[in-house]
Design a protein around this ligand. Structure first.
Ligand code: DGL
Length: 277
């Protein structure tokens, strides 16, 4: 019989989920983690619903095959476009005892305590914005909050190509932040609704009025996972505790090591290249 214990799986289209991994590991260093970046097919941001769903499902299945009992989609685009279908349609057939969680809900749950003006901005990929997931989820929990979103299709490519500190990045950060402020000048908090965006935070800060709070997701997702384990002791017991982190990528090992080092500076990167289908 297959052992029903394993590392916590964390998935992203590329390197962005490493910002989520970092926060989770900081809060809960005792667990084992298995990170999967579908780097060869990133970015997902402009891809159709069907393709994001298909690619995400392949990744989740791979992480399950590697023993993960719990997978976090460390990607807003996948959380917006694939999470619900996987939870409702696929998990019952694959293994009803395993779990897949996303990053949108933990972020949304916190926003009610953060905004005073009750006007919130979202910057995210086109896929996340078009899905309206943030708008729908925020309005479900906090109907008094006005939500304005802007798609920032150039930001992930800048980050994936290690250009996020360049002058070119300034141009695109300014462009999208100004467009968001033009949509709603009463915004007092902006959710960075893409796990890549923390790498651009210095530039985003530069073009955002000083009174506006910039909200990154990592700590909220980590705290929400910790709470989840308190409520689901059975799942917590199925996550192994050895303090090890390993990585899977659909790109080459060398390329992953070089690029991932920008996101996680203090970690030895033990990575294997895989093919998803
Ligand atoms: N990091 C992913 C997110 O949070 C997106 C990246 C992509 O476009 O692939 O949405």
């Amino acid at each position: 019989m297959k052992e029903n214990r394993g590392p916590i799986g964390i998935f992203d289209s590329g390197y962005g989920g490493l910002t989520i991994l970092t926060s989770i590991r900081r809060l809960m260093p005792e667990y084992d983690y298995l990170y999967l970046g579908d780097n060869a097919r990133a970015p997902y941001g402009n891809r159709s619903f069907e393709i994001v769903y298909e690619f995400t499902l392949q990744s989740v299945k791979k992480l399950f095959d590697m023993g993960c009992q719990l997978v976090i989609l460390g990607c807003n685009t996948a959380s917006a476009k694939a999470l619900r279908s996987i939870q409702q349609n696929d998990l019952p057939n694959i293994d009803p005892t395993r779990r897949v969680l996303g990053v949108i809900r933990p972020t949304v749950e916190m926003i009610g305590d953060i905004t005073k003006s009750r006007h919130v901005g979202i910057v995210a990929t086109r896929g996340t914005i078009d899905s309206q997931s943030y708008l729908l989820e925020i309005n479900k929990l906090f109907p008094d909050i006005t939500v304005s979103g802007i798609a920032c299709p150039m930001w992930v490519p800048l980050i994936e190509n290690n250009e996020f500190e360049s002058d070119g990045a300034d141009y695109f950060v300014k462009k999208y932040i100004y467009a968001l402020m033009e949509k709603d000048s009463k915004i007092d908090s902006i959710i960075l609704g893409c796990t890549h965006y923390p790498l651009l935070i210095d530039k985003i800060r530069k073009y955002t009025p000083a009174n506006i709070e910039l909200i990154t997701q990592g700590n909220f997702v980590a705290k929400s996972l910790k709470d989840y384990f308190i409520r689901h002791a059975d799942m917590e017991e199925r996550c192994t505790k050895g303090g090890a982190t390993t990585f899977l990528t659909t790109e080459s090992v060398e390329k992953f090591k070089e690029s991932a080092a920008v996101f996680i500076k203090d970690t030895k990167i033990d990575v294997e290249s895989i093919i998803l289908k």
